[in-house]
Write a protein that binds this ligand. Structure first.
Ligand code: CFM
Ligand code: HCA
Length: 530
């Protein structure tokens, strides 16, 4: 019998079939050889992908959540507008801090600027922004036309730094660079480590950590911080969700980096390790059991009986608050199935939370993840060898003897490597059972077909494909923006998610998706007029 995957992709012309075949697999946990998948390659032109662009990954994703950076989009107004607000990265000003999250700054490039050059307009925009807002940091982000016409945003940034004495950083993240958002993450990571991290000197407390790759969508980061602070961690810098440039300057002083989203921030994690000797661990605060595991893993790193006891006390307290509610929701969700298609980490993270509710994930895929996000990798290669740093500015990372510290003995390092996967992410596939489908860069045609064949009870994805599912009568939950809800992280977040999912699954609406004329005989006639 033909596999479900073959039935979908064999409809393609031969060359497209050959290409897509490499991006899809059926999980086989019995094979001696680890399964591999092709990822982080160019989408076939003409196919309706859900991917975004390099600028979206740099400006929208990684830099956008920083509250005190005044980010100017050098480009057409649509680019700035698209990356402003829809992602629901929340921020709250503390004291007299600067906060630009409510503003969308753009040079609004017009045809005349494309013909005659846009640098003059960019200088004018900076002058205006400085006059009105007096920011401490300005970031300039390029869009496609800027690269095509050759505006030198680095020269403008240098001019602004001299002219106004304000740190101005240029990010050459033209949309067309690379194959997806992913290249933009890398460019943003490089810029932050090159220009910001390492320039501060805040005194840090005991158990000093950074939270990397948490974007505070729907308030997730706040929920994570609440738990960590309750246990007693000193959060040096949340990077970048509800974070600031000011805090990030001292990020190199933390003892440990927690990596929530590996895909978008592993570069900073690795560069901090190379340059300052800071270890990182992959955490996942989505799901009750995964939150418990993550909290225990962090405590294991510090190996302090007091901290371990506090961790267990907080876990017990939080569980007592939510267990009854989770059990109620689980009764309604148990036995359902889900298909997940999100950017580069949530398709993995949410499998844990769904499992807490008795929901099995039968298909999971990423828009723009790399092979390591699917397969894991044994040794993390030097950052400069990473696939998508080609053609992208890369910085020299050198060990700084002043900061390099080995906090762990070799024995302990080996033990932690085993127990908490220190400096290592094992990837999504190892958590997926036999017979489930893994798919990279899922497109609209495949979504429609696979939903028909697999008939999952929930399809978790983004705004671009939400309504394909709804039209097919399948409940769809956005895992990017959370459909105006959240937080979904941590213990309390799990209850919010369970409530939203249960409502979606139990609503009678899905019964009404098929219009009556498809199932009931109707009288047909024609109107001939007067
Ligand atoms: Fe990381 Fe993200 Fe994601 Fe991502 Fe994104 Fe996002 Fe996402 Mo949308 S950083 S990879 S580039 S967890 S914006 S907060 S939801 S696709 S799965
Ligand atoms: C982006 C941002 C996005 C889009 C979400 C969606 C987000 O890729 O530029 O397609 O629903 O999370 O806001 O991923």
């Amino acid at each position: 019998m033909k596999s479900k995957i073959d039935r979908v992709i064999e409809q393609y012309p031969a060359s497209v079939f050959k290409n897509r075949k490499e991006h899809v697999l059926l999980r086989n946990t019995e094979t001696p050889e680890p399964q591999t998948i092709t990822a982080n390659t160019r989408t076939i032109p003409g196919i309706i992908t859900n991917r975004g662009c390099c600028y979206a990954g740099c400006k929208g994703v990684v830099l956008g959540p920083l509250r005190d950076a005044l980010i100017i989009t050098h480009g057409p107004i649509g680019c700035g507008f698209y990356t402003w607000g829809t992602r629901r990265n929340k921020g709250r000003t503390k004291g007299d801090e600067q906060n630009y999250l409510n503003y969308c700054f753009s040079t609004d490039l017009q045809e005349g600027d494309i013909v005659f050059g846009g640098e003059k307009k960019l200088r004018k925009a900076i002058t205006e922004a400085v006059g009105i807002f007096k920011p401490q940091t300005i970031m300039i982000c390029s869009t496609c036309p800027v690269g095509l016409i050759g505006d030198d945003i680095n020269a403008v940034a240098n001019w602004a730094t001299k002219e106004y004495g304000i740190k101005t950083i240029a990010f050459s993240c033209e949309g067309y660079k690379g194959v997806s958002q992913s290249g933009g993450h890398h460019i943003a990571n490089n810029g932050l480590i090159k220009h910001i991290i390492g320039t501060g000197d805040r005194a840090v407390g005991k158990y000093a950590i950074n939270i990397l790759g948490e974007y505070n969508i729907g308030g997730d980061g706040w929920e994570i911080e609440r738990m960590l602070k309750k246990i007693g961690y000193d959060i040096v810098a949340p990077i970048p969700g509800d974070g600031t440039v000011e805090e990030m300057k001292s990020a190199h002083k933390a003892d440990l980096n927690l990596i929530q989203c590996h895909r978008s921030i592993n570069y900073i994690g690795e560069m901090l390790r190379t340059k300052y000797g800071t270890d990182w661990i992959k955490v996942n605060f989505i799901g009750v059991n995964s939150t418990i595991k993550s909290l225990r893993d962090i405590a294991k790193y510090f190996d302090d009986p007091d901290l371990t006891a506090r961790t267990e006390a907080v876990i017990a307290e939080e569980l007592s608050e939510i267990s009854e509610m989770m059990d109620q929701y689980k009764k309604l969700c148990q036995g359902k199935t889900a298909a997940l298609f999100v950017g580069g980490s949530r398709a993995h993270h949410y499998q844990y939370l769904l499992r807490d509710l008795g929901i099995e994930t039968i298909l999971a895929g990423y828009e723009f993840a790399h092979r390591d996000d699917y397969e894991g990798r044994e040794v993390i290669p030097n950052i400069k060898e990473d696939g998508d740093s080609k053609n992208i500015e890369s910085i020299e990372v050198q060990q700084d003897p002043k900061y390099y510290r080995v906090t762990l003995s070799q024995d302990r390092y080996e033990k932690l490597k085993e127990e908490i996967s220190l400096n290592y992410y094992a990837g999504m596939m190892k958590d997926m059972p036999n017979g489930t489908i893994v798919i990279d860069d899922l497109n609209h045609y495949e979504t429609e077909e696979l939903l028909k064949i697999l008939k999952p009870d929930i399809f978790c994805s983004g705004i671009k494909d939400k309504y394909i599912a709804h039209k097919a009568g399948i409940f769809s939950k956005q895992l990017h923006s959370y459909d105006y809800s959240g937080p979904y992280a941590g213990f309390r977040g799990a209850v919010n998610f369970a409530r939203d999912i249960t409502m979606g699954l139990t609503t009678p609406s899905w019964k009404f998706v098929t219009p009556p004329w498809k199932t009931e005989p109707m009288i047909e006639g024609s109107y001939v007029g007067r």
